[in-house]
Design a protein around this ligand. Structure first.
Ligand code: ATP
Ligand code: MG
Length: 455
C-alpha cells in the first residue's frame, strides 16, 4: 500500500467517512465511566471530543479495551482547566491524564500534519523526537500509525469517523500503515514492532506494502531508545499474546533487532529444545495473563536469554574456563549485549541472574541445602524454570518431580527422607555453580546443561 492507494481509500476531499450510530456496534455501555465523563465534559464545554485509537478498534471488533484514549481540539492546558484530577505529562507528546480512582484516561490534542513554524515539532535524521503541533481532527488521523488505529468515535453524535479506510481494513483484518511506509518507519522505527504486535494480538495480516520495508529498515530498531524497547517488549510478551507476538517477530525478521542473541540461538540447527522452552514459557505466560495471574518480566527474559547464556558459558568452558567462572561471565556478557537494545531494569536482571544461578542447586539434595533452597526468595521462579527445562530431559524431569514432592510433603517428613537417602551427587556444570573449596577437575565437555535439558 502506498500513499496513492491510501488516497484512493480515503474520501477525496480528505474529510471523514461518517458511519452513523445505527451502522456500527459501539455502545456507550462498553465505554469506561471515566472515558465517558471526559468525553461529555469536553463536549459540554464546546470542544470536539472523540474516543480514538486502540479502544475504538477493539470495540468495533467486539473486544474489551484495557484503556481508553480521548482526542480533542482542547489544548492540554484547556483540558487541565476542565478537570481537577488532571496532570500534564510528556515532552515528545504533551498529553493530559485525567485520573478517576484506578482509571486513567489519556487525553491528547489533535495533532497537525504540517508545521508552519509556530508549533513544536522536531525531527532528527527523519525521526520524530517531538510532536506538539496541533491541528484538525483530519490531520490527527493522518499522523496515527495504522488505519485501524485511526478511527474516531464522536461523542457529539455517536458516529464513527474514518478518514483513512480503517473500517475497510478492519473488515479485511489488515494492518496497514497510513502514508508512505518507509517514511513512517524512519520517523519511528518502533512502528515495525507495533505492526507485528497488533497483527499478532488481533489475528490480522500485515499488508504487503506495510511489511515490505522491514528487511531494509529493521536495523533502525537498534537506534530506538532501549527504555522504549523495554516497554514495547512487555507489551509484546506480557500482553496476553506473547507466543503469537514472538512468532510474528520471527516471521517478519524483526526479532534479531531486538533480541539478537535469542535470534542467533534460534537460527542454529540444534535449537529445537530452546525453541520449545521459549514457546512453552510464552504459552504459560499467556495463560496466566488470561487468568489474571501475575507475570514477571524476569522469568520471561530468563527464558529468552537462556540459550545465549548457556552456549556462551559452554564456549568459555571449551576454551578452558572453569564452570564456576564461565557461568557468571557468560551471564554478564549476555545481559550486557541485551542491554544495548532493551533496557531491562536492574531489579529484573538481578532476578534473571538468580533464576539461572539457582539451577544447579536443585541437584544438591543434602538436607541443609534443600531446606535453604526452599526458603530462597527466588525459589518459586527458579523451580518453575527447572520444570520448563525438565520438559526436554528425562533426568531433569525426575529432579523436577522430586522438588514438586518436596514442597508437598510436610517438612518433618522431608527431613526424614533426606536423612535416610544418601546425598545425590551434585552437578556443578551449570549456571553460577559456586566455587567449592576443593574441586575435582571436571570433564571439559559433555557435561553442560542442554538448551533446556539435562546435564
Ligand atoms: P493497545 O491495544 O496495545 O493499547 P493501541 O493501538 O491502543 O494498542 P497505544 O500505544 O495505546 O496502542 O496507542 C494509542 C493510539 O495512539 C494508537 O491506536 C495510535 O492511533 C496512536 N499511536 C500509538 N503509537 C503510535 C506511533 N508510534 N505512531 C503513530 N501513532 C501511534
Ligand atoms: Mg491503547
Amino acid at each position: 500500500m502506498n500513499s496513492e492507494s491510501i488516497v484512493r481509500n480515503a474520501p477525496v476531499d480528505g474529510s471523514f467517512r461518517i458511519i452513523p450510530r445505527s451502522e456500527h456496534s459501539i455502545s456507550r455501555k462498553s465505554i469506561s465511566s471515566g472515558a465517558l465523563r471526559v468525553l461529555y465534559r469536553l463536549h459540554e464545554a464546546g470542544f470536539r471530543a472523540c474516543l480514538v485509537g486502540g479502544a475504538v478498534r477493539d470495540l468495533l471488533l467486539g473486544g474489551h479495551p484495557k484503556d481508553f484514549d480521548v482526542a480533542t481540539n482542547a489544548t492540554p492546558e484547556q483540558v487541565r482547566e476542565l478537570f481537577r484530577n488532571c496532570r500534564l505529562i510528556g515532552r515528545r507528546f504533551r498529553l493530559a491524564h485525567v485520573v478517576f480512582g484506578r482509571e486513567i484516561v489519556e487525553v491528547a490534542t489533535f495533532r497537525g500534519s504540517s508545521d508552519d513554524g509556530s508549533g513544536d515539532r522536531h525531527l532528527v535524521d527523519g525521526r520524530l523526537v517531538r510532536d506538539n503541533v496541533y491541528g484538525s481532527i483530519e490531520e490527527d488521523a493522518l499522523r496515527r500509525d495504522f488505519t485501524v488505529n485511526a478511527l474516531y468515535y464522536d461523542i457529539a453524535d455517536f458516529s464513527v469517523r474514518d478518514a483513512v479506510g480503517g473500517m475497510d481494513d478492519l473488515k479485511r483484518r489488515t494492518m496497514r500503515l497510513i502514508g508512505d511506509p518507509e517514511q513512517r518507519y524512519r520517523e519511528d522505527p518502533v512502528r515495525m514492532l507495533r505492526a507485528a504486535r497488533l497483527a499478532a494480538k488481533l489475528g490480522f495480516e500485515i499488508a504487503p506494502d506495510t511489511a515490505a520495508p522491514f528487511a531494509a529498515l529493521g536495523p533502525l530498531l537498534s537506534e530506538a531508545p532501549p527504555a522504549r524497547l523495554f516497554d514495547e517488549s512487555l507489551k509484546l510478551f506480557l500482553g496476553g499474546y506473547g507466543l503469537a507476538s514472538f512468532r510474528a517477530l520471527e516471521r517478519y525478521g524483526l526479532l534479531e533487532h531486538v533480541f539478537p542473541g535469542t535470534a542467533r540461538a534460534l537460527a542454529r540447527t540444534d535449537s529445537g529444545a530452546f525453541r520449545h522452552l521459549l514457546e512453552q514459557t510464552l504459552a504459560n505466560t499467556d495463560a496466566r495473563v488470561r487468568e489474571d495471574k501475575p507475570v514477571t518480566p524476569a522469568f520471561l527474559f530468563a527464558a529468552m536469554l537462556w540459550e545465549p547464556a548457556r552456549s556462551t558459558a559452554q564456549a568459555l568452558i571449551d576454551g578452558g574456563s572453569d564452570a564456576s567462572i564461565a557461568w557468571p561471565n557468560a551471564t554478564a556478557r549476555v545481559l550486557r549485549e541485551q542491554a544495548q537494545r532493551v533496557a531491562i531494569p536492574r531489579r529484573f536482571t538481578l532476578a534473571i541472574e538468580e533464576i539461572w544461578a539457582l539451577q544447579p542447586r536443585f541437584s544438591i539434595r543434602t538436607k541443609k541445602r534443600v531446606f535453604r533452597l526452599l526458603e530462597h526468595p527466588r525459589f518459586r521462579a527458579a523451580y518453575d524454570f527447572l520444570l520448563l527445562r525438565a520438559n526436554e530431559s528425562p533426568e531433569l524431569a525426575e529432579l523436577g518431580r522430586w522438588w514438586t514432592d518436596a514442597q508437598e510433603i510436610d517438612s518433618g517428613e522431608l527431613a526424614n527422607r533426606l536423612n535416610a537417602a544418601p546425598a545425590a551427587p551434585s552437578s556443578a556444570d551449570e549456571p553460577g555453580a559456586a566455587p567449592k573449596k576443593r574441586r575435582r577437575r571436571r570433564r571439559k565437555s559433555g557435561s553442560m546443561p542442554q538448551a533446556s535439558g539435562g546435564e
